[in-house]
Design a protein around this ligand. Structure first.
Ligand code: AMP
Ligand code: ZN
Length: 498
């Protein structure tokens, strides 16, 4: 079965045919580390984490590169504002970014190059572009001459006039031959970070950073380049111009994938509207799986309007999946041991058939340009079916019944895992609804999460019996251990204080 992806370059869905059989090379523009990331940035990183995770699930050997932009005008601006060096700003927010990704349960990319570590590589590319006649020096700056690259505009499909309108007002227009030429190298002003170059001390432009780092780690003609839709122009258009000019016209990227923008209550997030929501703020209120599931509930290319109301709804849906997983575990624990050669009842045969069909349907949706929203629908279908099977628990305790339960667990956990739900780190912030207790997996000891949830259920029983003093002692004891418990309408929420 083949996977289809929507390629921004061709504006259509295409079969994903990798450069090398069975392998995917993928580069996603990472954060500019001058602030805590906001919930819109988080959407893009979650979407591409979902995409790379699904490609691995589908059997590809994926190399995922995501850079860190640690030299940039915004970082310099922030350093001046705070009266510290740019290194201090970049390191603080780079570490914060890693913490944020861990809090979301996102594994680090295979390679996470920092721009400042690759300056010699960038200088090599810029020098080659000057030599080949695509770039020129002007007063210590180096610019890419857009009109020398015939295909300029092929990704964004903008005509030259539109490009002129966008870039005309740039401050350093005077140094350029043409207003829409863009900087590969910027001469440094006093107090700015700088590196030696053939054109004097300076620093790289943002676009050349991504071209250089992607080619350095993946080679020209790699498979997937991703980022938010706001990067199509000028960032990715400029990356193509530089990279293809550098490689004498060889194609830079096979498939361009762009994640849709996240808005707040249908309005663009912006400083002037004062509606920027940091990921940290959101994670203080909602657990990581809820945030992830909210994002996955909308196709990765569609716009998404973010609001706390929608998170509350998602939280309730997520609890349905969690409860089903706990219930399955509980029944598996109670079921008799496995024995071969026992027949399934009709109900069991129907359920196993349903589960296998669901797996096929799930893959069909994900293979169609990563339709995670439809894939989630399949998971809810599985939850409904498993719940109604468990409700009529008559034949479950037989050995054959146990095998069916294990199959249901394999399918449910597998599909959730393919979307990156219920990963260890994200699970460390969770919620406990009124569910039967799940036992530890047979081969492992109880996890920290299971022990916390056990204590919370004991607390609930104490409260139900009117023993509030005992219940409060459990809550206070957990608080001392850094576990914050909140009572909500349908149970409890808890999270580990960072
Ligand atoms: P930046 O650090 O600003 O370069 O952004 C990091 C990533 O987040 C880029 O891929 C952007 O395209 C993406 N991004 C920025 N704003 C939004 C938004 N409102 N919704 C979705 N993605 C965004
Ligand atoms: Zn980039």
């Amino acid at each position: 079965m083949s996977i289809k992806v929507y390629n921004t370059m061709t504006r259509g869905k295409e079969e994903l045919v990798p450069r090398e059989d069975g392998k995917i090379s993928m580069y996603v523009c990472g954060p500019t580390v001058y602030n805590y990331i906001h919930i819109g940035n988080a959407r893009t990183f979650i979407n591409f984490d979902m995409i790379q995770g699904y490609l691995r699930f589908a059997g590809f050997d994926v190399t995922y590169v995501q850079n860190v932009t640690d030299v940039d005008d915004k970082i310099i601006g922030k350093a001046n504002e705070e009266g510290v060096s740019t290194d201090v700003v970049a390191e603080k927010y780079r570490v914060a970014f890693e913490e944020d990704m861990a809090a979301l349960g996102i594994e680090p990319p295979d390679i996470a190059p920092r721009a400042t570590e690759c300056i010699p590589d960038m200088l090599e590319v810029i020098e080659a572009l000057v030599e080949k006649g695509y770039a020129y020096e002007s007063d210590g700056d180096v610019y890419f001459e857009v009109k020398r690259f015939d295909d300029y505009g092929k990704l964004s499909r903008r005509n030259l006039e539109e490009q002129r309108m966008t870039v005309q007002c740039e401050v350093d227009a005077a140094r350029k031959r043409d207003p829409f030429d863009f900087a590969l190298w910027k001469a440094s002003k006093p107090g700015e970070p700088s590196w030696e170059s053939p054109w004097g001390p300076g620093r790289p432009g943002w676009h050349i950073e991504c071209s250089t780092m992607s080619i350095k780690y993946l080679g020209t003609g790699f498979d997937i380049h991703g980022g938010g839709q706001d990067l199509i122009f000028p960032h990715h258009e400029n990356e193509i111009a530089q990279s293809e000019a550098f490689a004498d016209g060889a194609r830079f990227v096979r498939y361009w994938l762009h994640s849709g923008m996240l808005n707040i209550d249908r309005e663009k997030m912006s400083k002037s509207l004062g509606n920027i929501r940091s990921l940290r703020e959101v994670l203080a209120e909602h657990d990581a799986d809820t945030v992830r599931m909210l994002m996955l509930g909308t196709h990765y290319r569609s716009p998404l309007s973010f609001g706390d109301g929608s998170l509350a709804e998602v939280h309730a849906s997520l609890a349905r999946i969690r409860n089903c997983r706990f219930n399955l575990e509980d029944h598996i624990r109670k079921a008799a041991g496995e024995k071969a050669g026992l027949h399934h009842s009709d109900r069991q045969t129907v359920l196993v058939h349903f589960l296998n069909e669901a797996e096929v349907e799930f893959r069909g949706h994900m293979d169609d340009d990563f339709n995670s929203a439809a894939a989630l629908g399949v998971i809810f279908g599985v939850v409904r079916e498993v719940n109604s099977y468990l409700d009529e628990a008559g034949d479950i305790k037989t050995p054959a019944g146990k095998l069916v339960l294990l199959e249901a667990q394999r399918v449910l956990d597998g599909l959730c895992g393919a979307l990156g739900l219920f990963r260890g780190a994200a699970e460390s912030a969770g919620s406990v609804e009124r569910v039967p207790m799940g036992g530890p997996a047979a081969t492992e000891g109880p996890s920290r999460e299971q022990l916390i949830e056990l204590l919370l259920r004991v607390r609930e029983t104490a409260r139900e019996g009117g023993n509030f003093e005992f219940a409060d002692r459990i809550r206070d004891g957990l608080a001392e251990l850094g576990v914050r418990v909140e009572d909500v309408q349908d149970g409890f929420r808890w999270r580990l204080e960072r």
